[in-house]
Structure formats: C-alpha cells, structure tokens
Ligand binder design. Sequence first.
Ligand code: OSB
Ligand code: MG
Length: 378
Amino acid sequence: MKITGVELRRIAMPLVTPFRTSFGTETTREVVLVRVVTPDAEGWGECVAMAEPRYSSEYADGAADVLRRFLIPALSRYAAEPAEPAELAELDAQAAERAMEPFKGHRMAKAALETAVLDARLRARGESFGSFLGAARDRVPCGVSVGIMDSVPRLLDAVAGYVEEGYVRIKLKIEPGWDVAPVRAVRERFGDDLLLQVDANAAYGLADAHHLARLDAFGLLLVEQPLADDDLVQHARLAKLLRTPICLDESIGSAAHAAAAISLGSCSIVNVKPGRVGGYLEARRIHDLCRAHGVAVWCGGMLETGLGRAANVALAALPGFTLPGDTSGSGRYYATDITPPFVLDGGHLTVPTGPGLGVSPVPEILDEVTVTTEWIPL
Ligand code: OSB
Ligand code: MG
C-alpha cells in the first residue's frame, strides 16, 4: 500500500473527573494520534501510552519519538511496494507488523501505527473494523472502571451514578488500604447481583495473599493484576490461594505471554488491550488462543478518545469476549470527545458499521485540543 506520509499529533484532553489508581492520578489525558495518509484514504490510530511511564514503561513522548525515528521510517520499504488489486487489509496490517518487528517493545506505539494503516486500508475498501476483526454482535455490554476515592461515601455516590446510567458491571480500582472496605460497602449498598470486579494494577505482593483472600467473601467476577507485571509464577501461586479468579492485564504483552500464563495457571481470565499487546492483530490472536483454551477475555481500556474506543468496541464484539469490557461511554471520560460521542444505550455501545473505525475526529474539536502536529513524509 502506498503511504504518502504520517502525521503525529499530540492532544491534551481534560478528564471529567480525576482518575486515581495505585500508580497515580490522571487529570488530563495526553494522547499521541497517528494519521496515515495514502492516495486513496487516510487512517487514524490512537496511542494509549500515558504521559508518564507508571502503568507500563511506555509514555507519550517516548512513543512519539520511537514512531518518528524508527517505526514510521520502517514503513517506507513496504509502502513503496506496488499495491495489488486483490490485496487484503489483513496483508497490509501484517506487512506493517513485520516492518516494525525488528524494533523491540514499544507495543503501544506499534499498535497506533498498525491501527492507522488498517483504518486507511479498510476505509479505502469500505469495510468496517468490526467486519474485518470478525465481530459476532452489533452491540457490546459495557462496564466502567471506578478510580480510588477520598472516602467510601464518595465512592458509593460515583458507583450509584454509573449504575443509574446503565453500566452492567462495575470495576473498582484497589490498593493496599483501599480494598476490603470499599468492596464491602459497594456490595452492601448495591446487592449481590451487581457484577463487580477489582483491579490492583500490580500493587500487592504474594505476602498479601492472606489479605487478598478476604475479597473471596464478596463474590467478585475477578481480581485484575494483583501482583507485579513480570511475575507469572507468583500469580500461579496466588491463584491456588484465592477463590476469586485472577485476570491479568499488565502481565500480558503478547499471545506468547498469554500462552505462558494459561499453561502456568497464572490466570483464568485475560484483559485484552490492543495497545498493550501491539495492535488489533495480536489482540485477535490472544482472543483466539484464549477461546481455544476456554479462558474468558474482555476488552480493557486506556481512557481512549472516540477513535480508540471505536476499534475497542469492534474488538469487544468478537465471540470470545464473554465479559463486559471497560468500554464506557465518551461522557465517562470527556465532556467533549474528539469524535461524535459514544453514548450508552441500555448499558450497551453500538459497534460502528461505517468504513474503517466508522468514526472520524470533528476537525474543530480536534484543533481545539491539539498541542503539536508534525508531518513525516514517506
Ligand atoms: O488498569 O485497566 C487499567 C486506565 C488507564 C490505565 C490502566 C487501566 C485503566 C482503567 C480504565 O482501568 C479503563 C477505561 O475505562 O478506559
Ligand atoms: Mg487493569
């Protein structure tokens, strides 16, 4: 596929409410957007790396740097290849994946560029992300991830608001000192039927196993990433000590990691975040692998704008995504999204059906939140 050039655009999006986790508090989402320009169409990708390397080693400025210096230039050889009429979007995305492969890591940066290539190709073909990925549904049930709060009453108010809006599953962020009490309070107020899970973002150690086992009393769907990112063996030990199923997020950077985690018994559920695993092709491989092993998956989130959300909602419609994802409505994050907003309808979001992502940034809104833009010709 011929690529004319790539635009890197930094945007800053104020969050409607600060989002506190065990690794820090986010008040403004700083995002790198990638726009791939081809003679036939342009495509968008959202890089989910956060401003600081606290959730994972990637961060927005680092992602922009590796994109501009290595990943985008690596596409030039493949971009020069003549396009065959019968060429598939799949092959283009695979070619982009291969072109970037010599560079280690930087999965979030790679995912953004791969998504933009795929989007350009699918828009040119008039095919949607959902159709391309193999979506089995036209709408997906939505959960919401609720940050750590100053007090339990504040948390209960926040959860009540989300339940009122129709979210079908609540995820509470936890850390040592904010775990059993908030979970108990939410259970007491909202009852046993509420689908409830927790996310520790690697804030505990195996020595906390006894304490974490106290969460078993609350009928949680899962506990997400209780231990360190790189410790599959300790997660396998912890799994034997808890009744609550373990779900991994930070630990799973690829299908190979997922395979290792499944065979070690480190988790029985996987949070699939396309950015974290290097793109939608790898995300789909993880889905396929987990499905073959009877391991449930759900689509995680990284406080995406409407661009990243569109692709995540399409992914979440694959048949193995059997648990509600962190695919919340635009309004949970942003007063004004850069795309027409995703709005919950009966606790669900509709999978876009238009070409590519099916949504595009609104130019005036995008300009308002833009910090810098940079054009890299190929
Ligand atoms: O651990 O799942 C996480 C947001 C940023 C970084 C990591 C995580 C999260 C969330 C929010 O939990 C998910 C969302 O609503 O986008
Ligand atoms: Mg998580």
